[in-house]
Design a protein around this ligand. Structure first.
Ligand SMILES: Nc1ncnc2c1ncn2[C@@H]1O[C@H](COP(=O)(O)OP(=O)(O)O)[C@@H](O)[C@H]1O
Ligand SMILES: [Mg+2]
Length: 332
């Protein structure tokens, strides 16, 4: 039942296998596999140049895949892009609003593009302006808007066709904290209405807060996939002991902890160390609990290591990225 199945509810929102994009000799996306479930917020976290936008552009039909399989809402990205476009919304990385038009005109133009009846488009446009808090700015020219307002307008515009899947490519990059909070609250509201969200970001905080599941992407590849908590449990440990220590003493500290963690001291097992990472003048030790992280700090201090600075804190996706790539998200 081809027609029935196409776009049926059972299919994932996005399904990619071996998805590849080549620009000349350069492989921007190197055979990635992932699936976005209906109704979830799915994140693609990675530094600049990871291949996030290229992946999104293949999904929303800006550029064709070089190789691999790609299905969106049960339809084939190569064969069915026209039908796919009617059912998705796109917030591209670069705001491509028309600067000479007013706020409302930018929405109406998009309504026409989707072939909506005039009245439907007008009604939706007004409702969407309310939704993103821009009703007062209805007649303002786009060039007069702040960065945060432009972003919200692009989100409103992406919703004009009432999409099932909303793709947001770095929705909050460059926004101040308050503007970012506003965008997040709109995203949460959409998700609670059942819209599937696919978002890219290089902010680990955004990924950790917003995403039910995410992939970590770097140099065209997916390195890990799961919920933020799962990823941290699997690849590090939920608590990090962070010790300020000159790099030439990291090995000594590792040896000490390595011996200790295999000991049974006074019938009690020492803290279980899930891994470590040298990050210049910091040694990061991943453990299962706050107590264990503090115990690691204590033990090193007793041995005269890390007296200068120590703290125990929850492990973040930044730590995870460092663990998976040896670099920080900021370094790219
Ligand atoms: N049209 C293009 N032609 C050639 N190279 C490109 C093109 N678009 C992107 N790239 C390259 O592909 C890589 C991934 O880019 P992109 O998908 O934009 O990464 P991200 O969105 O994660 O920052 C980068 O090295 C970028 O320079
Ligand atoms: Mg990008």
């Amino acid at each position: 039942m081809g027609a029935e199945n196409a776009g049926g509810q059972k299919d994932p929102a996005v399904w990619a296998r071996g998805l590849t994009k080549r620009y000349g000799e350069f492989l921007a996306v190197r055979g990635v596999d992932f699936a976005v479930r209906r109704g979830e917020c799915f994140g693609v976290l990675g530094p600049n140049g990871a291949g996030k936008s290229t992946t999104m552009k293949m999904i929303y039909g800006r550029t064709p895949p070089t190789e691999g399989k790609l299905r969106i809402l049960g339809m084939d990205a190569r064969a069915d892009m026209r039908r796919i476009k009617a059912r998705i919304g796109v917030v591209p990385q670069e705001d491509n609003l028309d600067p000479d038009f007013t706020v409302i005109q930018n929405l109406l133009v998009f309504g026409r593009y989707f072939g909506l009846p005039r009245r439907t488009a007008a009604e939706r446009a007004e409702r969407l302006l309310e939704f993103v808090g821009l009703a007062e700015r209805r007649e303002a020219r786009v060039e007069k808007l702040s960065g945060g307002m432009k972003r919200r307008l692009v989100i409103a515009r992406a919703l004009i066709n009432d999409p099932e899947l909303l793709i947001l490519d770095e929705p909050t990059t460059g926004l101040d904290p308050q503007a970012r909070q506003l965008v997040w609250s709109k995203m949460r509201e959409l998700r609670s209405r059942g819209v599937t969200l696919l978002l890219t970001t290089h902010y680990m905080e955004e990924a950790a807060r917003m995403c039910d599941r995410l992939v970590i992407m770097d140099q065209g590849r997916i390195l890990a996939e799961g919920s933020p908590d799962q990823l941290i449990e699997e690849h590090a440990g939920p608590w990090t002991a962070e010790i300020l220590l000159p790099p030439d003493r990291h090995e000594e500290a590792r040896r000490l902890l390595d011996t200790g963690s295999r000991d049974v001291a006074g019938g009690r097992k020492r803290e279980a160390i899930r891994g470590w990472e040298s990050a210049e003048d910091r040694l990061l030790v991943y453990t299962m609990s706050a107590e264990e992280a503090r115990a690691v700090g204590e033990r090193l201090r007793h041995a005269g290591l890390g007296g200068a600075g120590f703290f125990s804190r929850p492990t973040t996706l930044d730590d995870l990225f460092l663990r998976l790539t040896g670099r920080t998200l900021r370094e790219g």
